[in-house]
Design a protein around this ligand. Structure first.
Ligand SMILES: NC(=O)c1ccc[n+]([C@@H]2O[C@H](COP(=O)([O-])OP(=O)(O)OC[C@H]3O[C@@H](n4cnc5c(N)ncnc54)[C@H](O)[C@@H]3O)[C@@H](O)[C@H]2O)c1
Length: 286
């Protein structure tokens, strides 16, 4: 049985909490034993809604050992791994502390704010011979896994062009508004676009060059809308992100359109459709 400590139960940490409850119910050998959040109001169920439907369950916090101090949790608990859903500016420090205590780490994306911090995290994992995993969740998202399978198998030939999008309402729920502070979140480029950066590298390898056009809307937030061209020899690849789509009922969207020599995959509105160029379109069972 893996014993887990979860740090940060804001918007995404609550998503993780829901999943631990589900995994326990379904009998998986993983048990959430401790939770840490600096804001003790969270343990009284005082949450702000985010742009996705997570964290809607009723929580019984009496089941867990609760902490408002991360160091104390590391000191007192006997954990197999720490799940870090803290604001991005705290990822490196919290990760390295856990690894140095001999505890494996699952850390939310983006890994950290710059390559120096990322390298220090990798070095700590290696030095302590512990696992460090970054929660780049699209690699486990069925529609993206299907896309990866088509790219690798060349079932529809080679990729000709690809377009990815994510975006939605402005994130205004975060702890001390860290998400709209460029120094703490890296803006939309690091906070959201990173998912498509990861997918594009995973699918197609490292591009020869990248070129991004960014637009700032909110003071101090960095870029709030970006469009990036990924330069490869024989494919036209572009990804966009925009967290200023503030219509009341929009929420959040992620989409892709990847065109192969002999077919096109379009993921939109939560549905993947395959359009073979020589036959009828279909929705694959995933
Ligand atoms: N995988 C995804 O698709 C996805 C989606 C959203 C967010 N995220 C990532 O999850 C992380 C958290 O984002 P969020 O939207 O949940 O932010 P949030 O502000 O809603 O939550 C952060 C939580 O950390 C707590 N916290 C702050 N400082 C702390 C400290 N020193 N010790 C203990 N707790 C502390 C806050 O009280 C808050 O509850 C970010 O890195 C974000 O990029 C990932």
């Amino acid at each position: 049985m893996l014993k887990v400590g979860l740090v940060g139960i804001g918007f995404m940490g609550r998503g993780h909490l829901d999943i631990y409850m589900q995994l326990e119910e379904e009998g998986f050998p993983v048990k959430l034993v401790a939770i840490c959040d600096v804001d003790k109001d969270k343990f009284e169920g005082k949450f702000l809604p985010g742009n996705l439907d997570v964290g809607n369950l009723k929580y019984d916090f009496s089941k867990y050992n609760l902490y408002t101090d991360y160091d104390e949790m590391l000191e007192k608990e006997d954990l197999d791994y720490i799940d870090i859903a803290l604001p991005t500016y705290l990822h490196a420090e919290a990760t390295i502390k856990a690894l140095n205590k001999g505890i494996h780490v699952l850390c939310e994306k983006p890994m950290a704010l710059n390559t120096e911090e990322c390298q220090a995290m990798i070095d700590a994992a290696k030095a302590n011979n512990k696992k460090l995993m970054i929660a780049q969740c699209l690699r486990f998202w069925p529609e993206y896994e299907y896309l990866k399978k088509c790219v690798d198998s060349k079932e529809y030939g080679k990729v000709v062009s690809a377009y990815f999008f994510r975006g939605g309402t402005t994130p205004r729920w975060s702890y001390e508004n860290w998400l709209l502070n460029k120094e703490k979140s890296g803006g939309v480029l690091l906070d959201q676009h990173i998912h498509d950066v990861d997918v594009i590298n995973w699918l197609f390898g490292t591009p020869k060059q990248v070129s991004t056009v960014g637009r700032n809307v909110f003071p101090g937030s960095g870029y709030d809308a970006v469009s990036t061209n990924y330069i490869y020899d024989d494919m036209a690849v572009n990804a966009q992100d925009d967290w200023t789509i503030n219509s009341k009922d929009f929420g959040f969207a992620m989409t892709f359109r990847v065109n192969f020599e002999k077919g096109t995959l379009i993921y939109e509105g939560g549905k993947l459709t395959v359009y073979p160029h020589d036959g009828k379109s279909f929705v694959p069972e995933l």
